[in-house]
Design a protein around this ligand. Structure first.
Ligand code: FAD
Ligand code: SF4
Length: 485
C-alpha cells in the first residue's frame, strides 16, 4: 500500500511559487497513476478531499487507522524540519517507522562524513574527484578522460550575437495538470508567481524526452556558454532538469550517463559534458552533504553580520536595475532562473547590499521550482552570502557591474551604465562593490583570493573611496522592504 498526500502545510509553511506547487502536485498525481498501472495499490489523498487534515502527520495517522497498518516505511526527507517530524511518528502512531535512505542521491550521509572527516575548509573539487572515481564517470582507468579533472576555464564565454538559443520542446498540460492548475489558482492565488503557459514535464516519459532533447541539442553548447546571460532568453543552453531530478522523475546518474555517452559518441565536447557531470555528481551531492552535516543551525549563520531587510522589489520586480528586473521577472514567470542569474546577479546583489541571510533564504526557497532546503540553503548561506565564513567557498562571489556587462546584454537596456563608476548614471553594483570590501575589511582582507581587490581599493584615492561609499549608502537607504510578500 503506497500512501501519497497533497497537504496544505507543505505548500504554505513558506508561500511557494504557484508553479512549483502545480508542478509537484501534478507530478504526484501522474506518478500515482503510473504506480496503479503497474498494479501497485495507491491510497492518494487530494488537496481538496474534505477529510484531508492538511499535514503529513494527520494524513499518516488517518491512513494507519484506515488500513490497520502494522508498520510504516518512508524515504528520508530533504529538509531537517520534516526529519524532525518523522522522528516522532513511531511514538505517536505506536508502530515501527522505518526511514530509508534517499536513492535520488549517489553519496550517502555516512560516505560524505567519511570523506569530510575533520577537514576544515571543505572543497567541492576534491569531493568531485572522489565521486568521479566512485562512479567511473568520464574515467579512463584511474585517470580523468581528456587528461584533466575540470574544464571550467573553457566554460566562461559570453554569447555571441550570431548564436541563438535552441527552441525547446513543450509539454502542454493534460486534463490532470489542468485540474491542478485550477486548484492552485483557487487555493494559492495570493502566492508569488504566474501559472500561465505551464509546459514543464510532469511524467517520467516526458522527463526522459526532455533529457534526450537536452543531451542532443543543448548540451554541445552548455559548457562554453554556461555563464552567459541574454535578455529574453531564460534558458539558453542550460538543462532545465533540476526540478525533475530533485523530485525523482529523473535519476542523477542516468542524466550523467547519457551525457557521457554523447561525449563517447562524439556528439558533445568534453568541456560541456564534464561541466554538466560536475554540477550533478559534484555540486548537487556536495551541497546536500554540507546541509546535513551543518544542520541544525546552518540557516542562522551570519558571518558578515548582514542585517538589511529584503527589498520589496524582490517580490514585485519593480526596480530600474535592468539585470535584476529581468532575472526577477523570469523567476516570477517560470519559477526558474539559471545558475549565473541566481549567483552573479541576484546573489551578488544580496551579498553586496548586506541582505539578511534568513530573508534571502526564504526568498530562494519560495521562488524556484527546484528549491528544497537541502540545496537552497547551502547555495544561499555558503555560496552567495559567505555567511558560513567560507566553509566551502574560498572567497565571496562579489563582482561589480563589469562582470554582468561582460557576460550579458542587460546593461544595454539599463538606465545605468557599468562604465560609469560614480555619481549620476553609475551602475549601483560599482559603488556597492567597493563599499562591500571596505565594510568587511576586518573579516575579509586576509583572504588570499581577495588580495588583488584589496590592493586596488588601497590604491584608490581616499576621496574616491569616500564618494563610492556615499553613493552606496544613498542607494541602500533608498531600498524599501518590510519582509512581507
Ligand atoms: C543562490 C542559489 C540558489 C540555488 N538554489 C537551488 C535550489 O533551490 N535547487 C536546485 O536544484 N539548485 C539550486 N541552485 C543551483 C543551480 O542554480 C540550479 O540547480 C540550476 O540553476 C538549475 O537549472 P538547470 O537544471 O538548468 O541547471 P544546469 O545549469 O543545466 O546544471 C545541471 C544540473 O546541475 C545541478 N546543479 C548545478 N549547480 C548546482 C548547485 N550549485 N547546487 C546543486 N545542484 C546544482 C542541478 O541538478 C542542475 O539541474 C542554486 C544556486 C544558487 C546560486
Ligand atoms: S548597468 Fe548595472 S544595474 Fe544596469 S544592467 Fe548593468 S549591471 Fe545591472
Amino acid at each position: 500500500m503506497v500512501l501519497m498526500a497533497e497537504v496544505g502545510e507543505e505548500a504554505t509553511y513558506v508561500r511557494h511559487h504557484k508553479r512549483k506547487i502545480a508542478f509537484l502536485f501534478s507530478a504526484m498525481r501522474h506518478f500515482a497513476d503510473a504506480l496503479r498501472a503497474r498494479g501497485v495499490v495507491v491510497d492518494y489523498i487530494r488537496l481538496d478531499d474534505p477529510e484531508n487534515g492538511g499535514s503529513f502527520g494527520s494524513e499518516l495517522a488517518r491512513a494507519v487507522e484506515r488500513h490497520r497498518a502494522g508498520k510504516v516505511v518512508v524515504t528520508e526527507p530533504g529538509e531537517w524540519r520534516v526529519a524532525e517530524m518523522m522522528r516522532g511518528w513511531s511514538k505517536d502512531l505506536g508502530i515501527p517507522v522505518e526511514i530509508r535512505s534517499d536513492t535520488r542521491f549517489l553519496c550517502s550521509h555516512e560516505d560524505f562524513e567519511l570523506w569530510a572527516g575533520a577537514q576544515r575548509g571543505l572543497r567541492m573539487e576534491f569531493f568531485y574527484r572522489e565521486m568521479r572515481r566512485r562512479t567511473g564517470l568520464l574515467m579512463a582507468g584511474d585517470k580523468p578522460v581528456g587528461g584533466r579533472w575540470n574544464f571550467d576555464a573553457e566554460n566562461r564565454e559570453a554569447l555571441p550575437k550570431t548564436i541563438d538559443a535552441p527552441r525547446r520542446p513543450d509539454f502542454p498540460p493534460d486534463d490532470t495538470t489542468e485540474a491542478i492548475l485550477g486548484l492552485v489558482a483557487q487555493r494559492f492565488g495570493n502566492h508569488f508567481g504566474d501559472l500561465d503557459m505551464f509546459d514543464y514535464p510532469v511524467t517520467r516519459e516526458d522527463a526522459l524526452a526532455y533529457l534526450d532533447w537536452f543531451v542532443f541539442v543543448a548540451l554541445p553548447n552548455f559548457g562554453t556558454y554556461q555563464d552567459a546571460m541574454r535578455q529574453g532568453e531564460p534558458l539558453l543552453f542550460h538543462s532545465h532538469l533540476s526540478a525533475l531530478i530533485n523530485c525523482g522523475l529523473l535519476d542523477p546518474l542516468e542524466c550523467c550517463r547519457r551525457a557521457e555517452a554523447a561525449y563517447l559518441d562524439g556528439d558533445a565536447p568534453i568541456n560541456a559534458v564534464e561541466g554538466f557531470v560536475r554540477q550533478i555528481i559534484g555540486w548537487r551531492e556536495f551541497v546536500r552533504g554540507i546541509y546535513w552535516r551543518e544542520m541544525p543551525g546552518y540557516g542562522a549563520r551570519n558571518a558578515l553580520d548582514a542585517r538589511r531587510p529584503l527589498p520589496d522589489f524582490f517580490w514585485t520586480g519593480d526596480t530600474d536595475l535592468n539585470c535584476l528586473r529581468q532575472s526577477i521577472a523570469e523567476t516570477r514567470a517560470n519559477a526558474y532562473a539559471h545558475h549565473i542569474q541566481r549567483l552573479m546577479v541576484i546573489g551578488n546583489f544580496c551579498l553586496l547590499a548586506g541582505l539578511d541571510p534568513v530573508e534571502v533564504q526564504e526568498w530562494f526557497l519560495v521562488v524556484y521550482h527546484d528549491a528544497y532546503e537541502w540545496v537552497e540553503m547551502p547555495n544561499v548561506v555558503g555560496m552567495i552570502l559567505y555567511a558560513d565564513d567560507g566553509l566551502f567557498a574560498s572567497k565571496p562571489y562579489a563582482a561589480s557591474g563589469n562582470y554582468i556587462d561582460k557576460m550579458s546584454d542587460y546593461c544595454r537596456s539599463c538606465v545605468y551604465s557599468p562604465k560609469v563608476k560614480q555619481g549620476e548614471g553609475a551602475c549601483p553594483f560599482n559603488p556597492l562593490y567597493w563599499d562591500f570590501l571596505a565594510r568587511n575589511r576586518d573579516k575579509l582582507s586576509r583572504n588570499q583570493r581577495l588580495q588583488r581587490p584589496y590592493a586596488t581599493l588601497d590604491r584608490m584615492a581616499p576621496d574616491k573611496v569616500a564618494a563610492a561609499r556615499r553613493d552606496a549608502q544613498a542607494f541602500l537607504t533608498g531600498l524599501v522592504g518590510d519582509g512581507d510578500y
